[in-house]
Design a protein around this ligand. Structure first.
Ligand code: WA2
Length: 281
């Protein structure tokens, strides 16, 4: 009889965990598709028209009005590929200089002012943000290639043509861990078998979305309630010897553990949801 109770308890935990993991994954994937569509929008209306039919105001209004399509993102932005030889002309046209990404004190809202940030040091190329959703207005003019995680994402996105994810890291102006999703924008449609070199040459810019992990998992869990019953953790398990706790406080052992796999669409990153009951029976 006791065995039976244990079995049912385990099964309940497994179902609850799988349900939450599937919901998080589905919502993430829906948003990912929409971010992909935004990359096509920029390609069509900014690079595909001369003069461009897109500016910051259009981008801001469109991304604001369609924010409901990307429920888990904290903001989307578009960074342009600018080579060093184009820098001066670009800065003159924009009326601002390309800024270096800096962490530290500037993560506090009141200290964050791109106008007071240092100009980006000389590099072969830059990825300054030219359009952004109002929620991430603080990243305008910042060179996304000057941040390690963003840079890795940009390089991988443009060489593969796929949506790519960073490892969890502390986003600018945020005190929580987040991830960034990036799609490259090309100057023409490329065949699926295009080489990385062809892709890099055709690259015009990078459409990215940032996710605040805590609030996104929190939203999902609230939708399903029962926070009183189970404890949920989300991990980045890409590097098994150094897994990263993306959501949830470190766990006290309360017996059963159920692990549900999570697929966020980037096969080079691995994620898991871990669930436990809050109380022992
Ligand atoms: N967006 C928002 N906050 C951030 C961030 C970011 N990256 N990086 C650090 N904090 C424009 O991949 C191109 C967005 C990067 C896209």
């Amino acid at each position: 009889f006791y065995q039976d109770t244990v079995f049912r308890r385990r099964e309940t935990l497994a179902n609850m965990c799988d349900e939450r993991a599937r919901m998080l994954q589905d919502q993430f994937n829906v948003g990912m598709n929409h971010v992909h569509a935004l990359a096509v929008l920029v390609s069509t209306f900014h690079h595909g028209k001369n003069p461009s039919a897109m500016d910051q105001k259009t981008f801001e209004e469109y991304t604001d009005r369609t924010a409901f399509e990307r429920p888990l993102t904290s903001g989307v932005a578009y960074a342009l590929k600018v080579t060093h030889s184009e820098r001066e002309k670009f800065e003159k046209r924009q009326g601002w200089t390309i800024k270096k990404m800096e962490h530290g004190d500037q993560t506090l809202v009141q200290d964050f002012d791109p106008a007071k940030m240092d100009p980006a040091p000389i590099q072969d190329e830059y990825a300054p943000v030219i359009f952004c959703q109002r929620t991430v207005a603080h990243i305008v003019s910042i060179d996304m290639m000057s941040g390690k995680e963003d840079r890795d994402n940009i390089l991988r996105a443009r060489a593969t043509g796929k949506g790519v994810l960073t490892s969890p890291f502390k986003l600018l102006k945020s005190n929580h861990l987040g991830v960034v999703l990036t799609f490259a924008v090309y100057d023409h449609e490329l065949p699926p078998d295009a080489t990385p070199e062809q892709r890099i040459t055709a690259t015009m810019g990078y459409l990215g979305a940032s996710y605040d992990l805590r609030s996104l998992v929190e939203k999902i869990l609230q939708q399903l309630a029962s926070k009183q019953t189970i404890v949920v953790n989300v991990y980045d398990t890409t590097n098994l010897s150094a897994t990263i706790n993306m959501y949830g406080t470190d766990v006290v052992d309360t017996g059963f553990l159920h692990v549900s796999s999570l697929d966020f669409g980037d096969p080079t990153r691995k994620h898991e949801m871990h669930c436990r009951f809050k109380n022992r029976p």
